[in-house]
Design a protein around this ligand. Structure first.
Ligand SMILES: Cc1cc2nc3c(=O)[nH]c(=O)nc-3n(C[C@H](O)[C@H](O)[C@H](O)COP(=O)(O)O)c2cc1C
Length: 364
């Protein structure tokens, strides 16, 4: 049997061995934005062959763009050097291609990591003033962000550009801008967070303007032979919020600017959201974006079984599938899925002997 999930896939000049992606996962383990030994283990285990592509956790473009004090960043030489050490390590021992997610937390920053409650930092915990399109808090009990001025918008665009230059120097194969989960770029998209009365607010074409400007600026400095995509929440799951139809409009505009893929997720912009969680619950949105825009799509959200992932790709509903919790639970996910599907996965050379196909009766 030929597995669709294990068919190689090419994005610009980058050849992926299969359609499986390790989804970005914040670790809240960094020191002033810098990666450390934790990241060697966290990303190293996945680079050994968990998937064809491993994407880093949200890597923030400025200190104020972080979610918590412990988030990863790429705004200093120290951040760049420490992340390069991790990526060189993954490259030396692993087989997966390596991507980076660049992000700005917007009004959802200045909080504790989720394991410590995820609530806004108190006045004696070194909080910072968050930024957003409009002075509207994420929810009750959250501080209102400062509304970004024109100068502020230019500064943030420049921070994305500088972080992208650093990521390119580090040698990442692929880049992804985070415009989902209620963080800054998503806040511009959604009428629930963006109530500006300038050309960045109001109609859909205005709300998509800043994310498009950021994408265009980053694409301008990102190497031409490396893919760049965007993670987008296809809906806010709240009445009056950002809609799947608008996601398609955004996808078409991004495609025209040289975007290589959309990573389609949903929600996390507004605590009133009602998400009908179920296996593959975001797949219909990925499928819609793919069909109506022609853009390559990655589906994510409660995809955990090999046959489920195989069916999504084989039916042409998504080009790639990203896994977070399921692949954290089983960092050999691709090896095991290949076994279930009668396909072959790439192994790190030192581990080739653990593939049951290679087992010999002798332990020698
Ligand atoms: C520990 C953890 C950290 C996460 N951090 C990020 C992140 O940094 N950026 C992001 O876009 N999504 C993040 N997510 C969301 C995942 O990438 C993914 O979209 C979500 O968990 C649904 O996929 P799953 O059902 O396979 O876990 C995180 C999820 C988890 C479990």
């Amino acid at each position: 049997m030929t597995s669709a999930l294990f068919m190689p896939f090419e994005l610009r000049g980058v050849a992926l061995a299969n359609r499986i992606v390790v989804s970005p996962m914040c670790q809240y383990m960094s020191d002033d934005g810098s990666a450390n030994d934790w990241h060697l283990m966290h990303l190293g285990q996945f680079a050994m062959g968990a998937a064809g592509l491993v994407i880093t956790e949200a890597t923030h473009v400025s200190p104020a763009g972080r979610i918590s004090h412990r988030c990863l960043g790429l705004y200093s030489d120290e951040n760049e050097a420490t992340l390069k050490r991790v990526i060189d390590f993954c490259r030396r021992f692993g087989v997966a291609k390596l991507g980076i997610q660049l992000a700005h937390s917007g009004r959802k920053g200045s909080v504790h990591p989720p394991a410590l409650g995820g609530k806004p930092l108190a006045s004696d915990e070194n909080p910072w003033t968050t930024l957003g399109p409009s002075p509207l808090p994420f929810g009750p009990g959250w501080p209102a962000p400062a509304a970004l001025t024109r100068a502020g918008l230019s500064e943030i665009k420049e921070q994305f550009v500088q972080a992208a230059r650093r990521a390119a120097r580090i040698g990442f194969d692929l880049g992804e801008l985070h415009a989902g989960h209620g963080y800054l770029l998503h806040e511009f998209l959604s009428p629930l967070a963006n109530q500006r009365d300038d050309e960045y607010g109001g109609a859909t074409r205005n709300r998509i303007r800043f994310p498009l400007e950021v994408f265009e600026a980053v694409r301008g400095v990102w190497p031409v032979d490396r893919p760049l995509g965007v993670r987008v929440s296809a809906t806010d799951w709240v009445e009056g919020g950002w809609m799947p139809e608008e996601t398609v409009i955004l996808a078409r505009e991004l495609k025209a600017l040289g975007c290589d893929f959309m990573d389609v997720t949903s929600g996390q912009l507004d605590p009133r959201q009602q998400i009908p969680f179920a296996p593959g619950y975001n797949v219909p949105f990925a499928e819609k974006v793919k069909k109506e825009s022609g853009l390559t799509v990655m589906a994510v959200g409660m995809i955990s079984r090999a046959r489920q992932a195989e069916e999504i790709v084989a039916a042409g509903r998504a080009d790639l599938v990203a896994l977070a919790r399921g692949i954290m639970d089983d960092p050999r996910w691709a090896w095991h899925a290949a076994r279930d599907l009668g396909a072959e996965a790439a192994y790190a050379p030192n581990y080739v002997r653990c593939s049951p196909a290679q087992w010999k009766p002798s332990p020698a």
